[in-house]
Design a protein around this ligand. Structure first.
Ligand SMILES: C[S@@+](CC[C@H](N)C(=O)[O-])C[C@H]1O[C@@H](n2cnc3c(N)ncnc32)[C@H](O)[C@@H]1O
Length: 343
């Protein structure tokens, strides 16, 4: 299937201003079952109209909406529109379901008070308007904020769980103790334990997060192997005794000098031959699009950087600090692995 060429700015603006209508089309296509029919395609319009008991000419216009979004490809060989054939781009149904169905990241993000900035972005850019600590504090200040934020993070952990699972064999063979720095509510650590029966994992996080990790322990495959170490990575060195340390969606929250400081602390804490793992959404057009909510919302938050970096930034940083055997493992999100020299 050919990929749709990038739209002109004018055409893109027309789609954006009609975004809520586009969502209406997509949700309807999902609910009717049209996406199930279109994705394996090609399927001709007359047959679709019969199958879904809709009027062909109306369906033609409906499918034009999907085509304008780049979501279906159409072949029309003659004047009879009922002979036009359609096929949806691969993954469309799953993508629509991910956004409008249960567990939607977008719906979770919509709970944040982004409306405080809406229509007032110019003032926000000048620093006259922004989130108060009650709206959104970074790092979270109250127990409620902590719980809400960590829950939000766990909702978007899918690509991380996937890439850690995909490479479990090579990550954990011969490893005994894993420290997940800024490891949220422990969802990743718990998942890793399911893949590595010999491993013990600790989440290192601000003390306020302890009760959330405790809840995760309860549902963990082997609660005895999941622990929590309360601490503040600004105030102290990272704890020692772990042969693997991970930063997952932690470094991108901070400016370069802070992320360097954290990676240096990990280097100091690891034993010779120890393994460092970095996973976050390294910058690509797709991931920047997925990050749109945070890019917008965090305009009003000075304490959080939210910086999608290219993977080459991290490979360069790791080399500079002295790590070796730096690899970028493939996945929905890539996983960077590196070793502290054994000698
Ligand atoms: C963006 S979240 C990522 C959570 C988790 N790794 C994930 O990907 O779902 C950043 C994490 O860093 C933790 N954190 C922030 N400041 C910290 C600090 N000073 N010391 C330790 N952890 C901190 C937060 O509590 C949070 O769990």
């Amino acid at each position: 299937m050919t990929t749709t060429p990038a739209l002109s700015p004018r055409a893109m603006m027309s789609l954006l201003v009609n975004a809520s209508k586009a969502m209406d089309v997509l949700e309807t296509a999902l609910d009717l079952g049209l996406l199930d029919a279109l994705e394996p395609g090609p399927v001709v319009l007359g047959e679709l109209a019969d199958r879904f008991d809709v009027r062909p000419l109306r369906l033609y216009k409906f499918l034009d909406c999907l085509e304008s979004l780049g979501f279906v490809e159409r072949k029309e060989t003659g004047d009879d529109i009922t002979g036009a054939s359609y096929r949806a781009v691969p993954g469309l149904r799953a993508a629509v379901l991910a956004v409008v169905g249960p567990g939607s990241i977008e719906r979770d993000r919509d709970r944040y008070p982004w409306r405080r900035l809406h229509g007032r972005l110019a003032e926000s850019l000048r620093g006259e308007v922004g989130m108060t600590d009650d709206d959104f504090a970074w790092p979270p200040k109250t127990d409620e904020q902590t719980a809400a934020f960590e829950r939000s993070m766990a909702v978007g952990l899918g690509p991380v769980l996937e890439v850690f699972g995909q490479h479990a064999g090579r990550l954990w063979t011969g490893r005994q103790r894993f420290l997940d720095v800024g490891g949220g509510d422990g969802t990743l650590a718990a998942r890793v334990l399911a893949d590595a029966p010999q491993l013990r994992a600790d989440v290192y996080n601000l003390p306020a997060v302890a009760p959330l990790v405790e809840q995760t322990r309860a549902g963990c495959v082997d609660p005895g192997r999941l622990g929590f170490v309360g601490g503040d990575f600004f105030a102290e060195p990272l704890p020692t005794g772990y042969d693997t340390i991970a930063f997952v969606r932690v470094l991108h929250d901070w400016p370069n000098e802070v992320s360097r400081m954290l990676v240096e602390k990990a280097y100091a804490a690891l034993p010779p031959g120890g393994q460092l793992l970095i996973c976050e959404e390294f910058r690509t057009p797709d991931r920047l699009a997925m990050q749109f909510f945070w890019s917008y919302f965090l305009i009003g938050v000075d304490t959080c950087v939210s910086r999608l970096r290219e993977v080459s930034y991290y490979t360069g940083l790791l080399t500079g600090i002295g790590f070796e055997r730096i690899e970028v493992l493939p996945g929905g999100w890539e996983l960077v692995t590196a070793r502290k020299p054994a000698g």
